[in-house]
Design a protein around this ligand. Structure first.
Ligand code: PD2
Ligand code: ZN
Length: 283
C-alpha cells in the first residue's frame, strides 16, 4: 500500500482534529485504525501540523524559526568527539534546548584564558538596544572583555573545537567574551538574542544576523554561588571549571524559554568565557 496519498482532504481533517483539541498521538491512532500506513500517517501529520503552526506563528507576529547549532549526540553515549578533544555530555534538556558539557576545556586552557583576559577587563557593558551602542548596565555587575575571533592560538583552538562540537561554522561566531564576577556580582536573567522590538537591533543584525546559541564556559569553580540559572524551567547549572552550558534559541522570542542569568557569587570569584553563535557569518 505504498500508493497512499496525502490529499488536501486529509490535511484538512488533521487540522480539524488538532484545532478540536486532539493530541497528535490520538490523531495518529485514528489514522492507523482507518488503514493508513504508519510512515504515510506520520509524514502527513508532521508536514500538515508544521505548516499549520508556521502559518499561525506568522499570522500572530511570531518570528519564524531558524536552524540552530546542535551537538551530534549518539543515543546513549556519554561523550562525543569535538575535534581535538573528547567532551562529556552531563545533562540535556529539550525545551529549552540546553546541554551541559563536561571537560570542554582543560584546566590549563581555563588558566591561560584567565591570564590572557585579566589585564584587559573593564566594567561590563551590555549592548544598548535603543541606539545599538554599548553602555554600563547595572543588571551585570561583572568585569569583562572581548577577544577578537582567532585573536590568539588559544582562542582559535577553542573556537575550532566549539565549531566541531556544534556543527556550526567558526565564521558565524562572535569573538570570545570573558567575564569576572567578584563576590556579590551577578548577571540578572536576560535573553541573549537581540530584541526585534528595539530600534538598535536592525543595525546589530547587519553583521551576522541574530544570535542563535550561547556557550558559557566556566574558567574556574567559585567557592560558593555563581550558577547559571534558567528561571522558566527552574534549572541551575553548577559552575565547574572546564565545563560549559550550551543553549540554543530558534527565534528571538521568550517562547524559547531561554531566559537565563548568572546567580550571585557568594564567595570567591567566578570567571566565564561566553561564545555567541550567529545565524550567518560574523565578519
Ligand atoms: O556567567 C554566567 O553564568 C552567565 C549567565 C547568563 C553568562 C551569561 N548569561 C552570558 O554571558 O550571556
Ligand atoms: Zn546570557
Amino acid at each position: 500500500m505504498s500508493t497512499q496519498q496525502i490529499t488536501q482532504e486529509l490535511r484538512q481533517w488533521i487540522i480539524a482534529q488538532a484545532t478540536a483539541g486532539q493530541a497528535p498521538e490520538a490523531v495518529l491512532k485514528s489514522m492507523l485504525a482507518s488503514g493508513w500506513n504508519e510512515d504515510v500517517a506520520v509524514a502527513a501529520l508532521e508536514d500538515t501540523l508544521n505548516g499549520f503552526l508556521a502559518g499561525h506563528a506568522q499570522a500572530n507576529g511570531l518570528p519564524p524559526p531558524v536552524v540552530v547549532p546542535e551537538p551530534v549526540l549518539v543515543e546513549g553515549a556519554v561523550a562525543l568527539q569535538a575535534g581535538d578533544r573528547e567532551v562529556q555530555v552531563l545533562a540535556t534538556l529539550r525545551g529549552p534546548r540546553v546541554v551541559v558539557f563536561g571537560g570542554l576545556l582543560s584546566h590549563d586552557e581555563c588558566d591561560e584564558m584567565v591570564e590572557l583576559a585579566r589585564t584587559r577587563l573593564t566594567r561590563s557593558e551590555t549592548v544598548q538596544l535603543d541606539t545599538g551602542g554599548n553602555e554600563i548596565n547595572t543588571a551585570r555587575t561583572s568585569d569583562g572583555m572581548f577577544f577578537a575571533r582567532e585573536e590568539n592560538p588559544l582562542c582559535t583552538r577553542i573556537e575550532t573545537r566549539i565549531a566541531a562540537l556544534l556543527n556550526w561554522p567558526l565564521e558565524n561566531g562572535e569573538g570570545l567574551q570573558v567575564l569576572r564576577y567578584r563576590p556579590g556580582a551577578e548577571y540578572k536573567p536576560h535573553y541573549d538574542y537581540f530584541d526585534p522590538a528595539q530600534p538598535g537591533t536592525a543595525n546589530i543584525l547587519k553583521r551576522g544576523g541574530q544570535r542563535v546559541a550561547s556557550v558559557v564556559m566556566y574558567l574556574n569553580t567559585p567557592a560558593r554561588g555563581g550558577g547559571t540559572t534558567f528561571p522558566d524551567v527552574n534549572l541551575e547549572v553548577g559552575p565547574i571549571k572546564g565545563n560549559a552550558v550550551f543553549f540554543s534559541y530558534d527565534r528571538p522570542h521568550p517562547m524559547t524559554r531561554t531566559l537565563h542569568g548568572g546567580a550571585p557569587v557568594l564567595e570567591g570569584e567566578k570567571w566565564v568565557a561566553t561564545k555567541w553563535l550567529r545565524e550567518g557569518r560574523f565578519e
